[in-house]
Design a protein around this ligand. Structure first.
Ligand code: FES
Length: 136
């Protein structure tokens, strides 16, 4: 399903909310240790923000059976993970399916399932190297 923002119906005379009140920031640390400041609108997924910043390739799917989190995985510290919802069963299935012990790491999350908000403004994530399909 596409990462769409909710539609808001305006009435005549309603003032428009200022966009700058909805901007949140995330810090993405790439595989070489470089820090990238990523700005996005609250309500967008972290993955969408990473794609828009050119840090991840665009894919038109999320948590479908052909993905398994190869492209959207990020590592998040305990401190920041405590501020986001626990992974859903679907997300855990995706992560555990291909990352069984000892590779499974609870700090790894699917960024497509993390909604940006004021609550996690400034979140720091480490980009996990993208993997290509392994059909062996
Ligand atoms: S984009 Fe496929 S699991 Fe996140």
């Amino acid at each position: 399903m596409a990462d769409l923002l909710p539609v808001q119906v305006r009435q005549p005379g309603d003032s428009l909310p200022r966009v700058d009140t909805r901007i949140v920031t995330a810090i993405a640390v790439d595989e070489d240790g470089r820090r990238h400041t990523v700005r996005a609108l609250a309500g967008q997924s972290l993955f969408r923000a990473l794609v828009n910043a050119g840090l991840r390739l665009h894919l038109s799917h999320q948590l479908d059976t052909s993905c398994y989190g190869y492209v959207c995985r990020v590592s998040i510290s305990d401190e920041w993970r405590a501020r986001i919802p626990e992974p859903t069963e679907d997300e855990l299935h995706v992560l555990k399916h291909h990352f069984t012990p000892p590779d499974f790491d609870p700090s790894i999350r699917c960024s497509c399932k993390i909604k940006l908000s004021d609550k996690i403004n400034g979140i720091v994530v480490a980009l996990v190297p993208e993997k290509c399909w392994d059909f062996t």
